[in-house]
Design a protein around this ligand. Structure first.
Ligand SMILES: *[C@@H]1O[C@H](CO)[C@@H](O)[C@H](O)[C@H]1NC(C)=O
Ligand SMILES: *[C@@H]1O[C@H](CO)[C@@H](O)[C@H](O)[C@H]1NC(C)=O
Ligand SMILES: *[C@@H]1O[C@H](CO)[C@@H](O)[C@H](O)[C@H]1NC(C)=O
Length: 456
């Protein structure tokens, strides 16, 4: 499975008057309208290095679409801002993958050169990460691009040091299930950091580029995921974030979190660690025994898993310094023998080295691709019919940067997000609401320990 971020192009529109200098503006409104366009972008066939004139002609094809979409957005949003992409320098100079932001009056506001390139031989990396932002009456908007969202610089610093409350995020993101589907991971950034993230992905599902959204700290205000090649303009009302209540406000207290988990649930360790032995529709598999711990590969990393057995249970999985806990409940009335599915709960603690190097500590609930094969747990699958009525997921992380996501498989076997109120995340624990009832494909806490990242 590949996951790539190449050239992206996006148009975003925001209502409200935009200030072009960098003084902090008073945030006056309590809501604002945001828009992203999921563009079926025109990507020129190789060669990637073309003449300046040809490059401008290629860009013009996409810009024409943006003009149309900005006009359509304008009908729904009173004032707006445009952000295009690509900045071309003379041939002797550098060529960056660039975001550009303009105000409603067409005035240039900010530009950003992508820092974390992803197999983009045609572009140069800026020598230092740039923190590009501008102020509006509805908050400070920072710019970041695609692969940037996996690293501390510049995107986490934009939030923590530069007080950005809105991230404008153009991307060309290939779904990398189960860990990094666009709608799941991008929305988890907004949840983890308590900011609004406006993600404009390109819409080329044939090549796995799929999933755009307007993500708020409590969930998606709008998202688009479709196997059809049809582009789409998303517009939604967002709440202004005054001060982010995200990862930066947390401290790590692993010992307390474990005690809390046990105290609130059971004093009987056997019960906490044990799996309910009752044979439900889930778990009638040949692999179900009293030691169902196994290893399987997920995104090229080896996870330690345990299969879910029975229609409810509590599991603990540990790997390295990470321990993960889950309590789950399944609606048995929705299943028949044909629908039997294998789910597994796993942990991973280590340096991920495939398609980039970054340190992760992950707790994952995944639907396994093949009901009869444990080794398929962690492999690509997009369908699920098992209805979960409760998921309580937490981990003992060595980092405070924990990105939570719940991915559903909808009636058309397409990926979907829940409504915001379906689950909460307090920085440590993901808890579904009392009325939760959804066909869950994955529930994941992705921990990023930026301090242990290695570059070579
Ligand atoms: C961000 O906010 C903090 C706390 O209010 C302040 O000290 C700091 O100067 C701000 N940084 C920027 C870049 O505005
Ligand atoms: C459970 O494990 C014990 C020893 O660890 C073994 O003797 C027993 O046969 C196992 N039971 C099942 C059902 O696999
Ligand atoms: C369970 O299986 C795992 C992996 O095969 C093994 O490492 C572990 O020792 C086993 N535990 C018991 C109690 O048999």
């Amino acid at each position: 499975m590949v996951f790539i971020c190449l050239m992206a192009a996006a148009t975003k529109a925001l209502s409200g008057k935009v200030n072009s200098d960098v003084r902090v503006m008073e945030v006056r409104s309590s809501t604002f309208k945001a828009a992203v366009y999921a563009h079926d972008v025109y990507i020129p066939i190789a060669p990637y290095v073309v003449s300046r004139a040809q490059a401008l002609r290629n860009m013009e094809i996409n810009l024409e679409t943006y003009r149309t979409q900005v006009d359509l957005a304008r009908q729904q949003v009173q004032r707006l801002r445009r952000a295009g992409r690509f900045e071309l320098y003379g041939q002797e100079e550098y060529q960056f993958n660039t975001d550009v932001a303009y105000g409603p009056d067409g005035k240039f506001l900010a530009k950003y050169h992508k820092y974390n390139l992803y197999n983009e031989g045609q572009f140069d990396t800026p020598s230092n990460p740039e923190h590009a932002f501008f102020d509006t009456p509805f908050g400070r908007v920072g710019l970041a691009t695609c692969f940037d969202i996996l690293f501390r610089e510049p995107i986490v610093s934009l939030v923590e040091e530069f007080n950005v409350t809105i991230i404008a995020f153009p991307t060309a993101w290939m779904d990398a299930l189960p860990l990094l589907p666009a709608i799941g991971f991008h929305s988890s950034f907004a949840r983890a950091h308590g900011v609004n993230l406006l993600a404009a992905n390109i819409q080329l599902p044939l090549f796995k580029f799929d999933g755009s959204g307007l993500y708020a700290p409590d969930g998606a205000r709008a998202f688009y995921y479709s196997k059809r090649m049809s582009p789409k303009l998303l517009v939604a009302s967002m709440d202004v974030v005054r001060s982010p209540q995200g990862a930066s406000s947390l401290t790590i207290t692993p010992q307390q979190s474990v005690k809390h988990f046990f105290a609130s649930r059971s004093s009987q360790l056997d019960e906490v660690f044990g799996v309910k032995k009752a044979r439900g529709p889930i778990g009638d598999h040949s692999i179900a025994d009293n030691n169902s711990t196994f290893e399987s590969e997920l995104f090229n990393d080896m996870y330690t898993f345990q299969a879910l057995v029975g229609s409810s249970g509590k599991l603990q999985m540990c790997q390295g310094k990470l321990c993960c806990y889950i309590e789950y409940q399944i609606d048995t009335t929705t299943l028949n023998s044909v629908d039997e599915e294998l789910f597994a709960f796993g942990a991973f603690d280590g340096l991920h080295t495939y398609d980039g190097n970054y340190y992760m500590q992950n707790c994952v609930l995944v639907k396994c691709a093949d009901t009869k094969k444990k080794k398929s747990c962690g492999s690509l699958t997009t369908t699920a019919s098992t209805v979960f009525t409760k998921i309580s997921l937490r981990g003992e992380f060595q980092t405070k940067y924990v990105y939570p996501q719940v991915i559903l498989s909808d009636d058309h076997d397409q990926l979907a997000l829940t409504r915001p109120e379906a689950w909460t995340f307090d920085g440590k624990a993901l808890e579904t609401s009392a009325s939760f009832s959804s066909t869950v494909l994955n529930a994941i806490l992705l921990g990023r320990d930026y301090s242990r990242d290695k570059y070579w």
